[in-house]
Design a protein. Sequence first.
Length: 351
Amino acid sequence: MPTDDGPDLRHHGDAEVRDDGGSLIDLAVNVRADTPPAWLQERIAGSLGGLAAYPDGRAARAAVAARHGLPVERVLLTAGAAEAFVLLARALKVRRPVVVHPQFTEPEAALRDAGHTVDRVLLREEHGFRLDPAAVPEDADLVVIGNPTNPTSVLHPADAIASLARPGRMLVVDEAFMDAVPGERESLTGRVDVPGLVVLRSLTKTWGLAGLRIGYVLAAPETVEELERAQPLWPVSTPALAAAEACVGPRAVAEAAHAAHRIAADRAHLLAGLARFAPAGLRVAGPAEGPFLLVRLPHASAVRRRLRDLGYAVRRGDTFPGLGGEWLRLAVRDRRTSDGFLRALERAVEG
């Protein structure tokens, strides 16, 4: 879905590993490797005996609410965060939506598909892609921002994001990768004092459930009701509901917290390896806090193609508004995978 401004908003990392990319080592998709774990697969498989009945989301909804210390009226289960973006675009009556870029492009794509004219606030590399609340127009009645932001991996201070709230404005915060941040610091999930706040969460990234489609919205009860009216009946399948209930339980929360610390260590290892490419012009956006890195290097498109020939898929950056053809996004993997990638990158940079 190219726009008049250029980037193809519907290009995502999975395009790099489809068809002839299926055999590549995947650093293009931000889904945690080696997931879903066996215990989660068993929980999902155990739900299959109930497929003859229509889905009942009450238990999963209550579990999500308990996980965040919220009443169930503030929770809406969705078929992944992507459905939530569509619901917001279709259900909310807004005049001037603003999307803070670079970020995940589906919010803008959904708004455009719903007939909205979308304004962009572009965060700058020279400012570390950090949020400047003053850059958001005062008359914006819908503001969308990711935290930590895909693809920049920047974690914005919660107070800076909360300062964007205004009477009559919906403030949508995409926290799809927040559970990959140790301690989930800067999360806004528990904030009920911020007017118009809508927080989106995804369970597909940390738990490897992209094919199952499960996420949720946390918002004021009246917003949840408005979004729910725009949903079809039974929008979340029984296996997805089983996964949601399992992934917000104490065992899963503890496992995700452990994984977040491991991701941070693996990210530090990858960063250290990338440092040796600085003389070749490689720069890393940051400081990075997510399970991926955004890197800039000369001739990035050619390097990406050479990496494919060497067996590695990485995400092109030029489909994100605010970035150009010299950017690539790299998913953080285990040290062995990163070491192999770094050897391939050395060959790819040399040409």
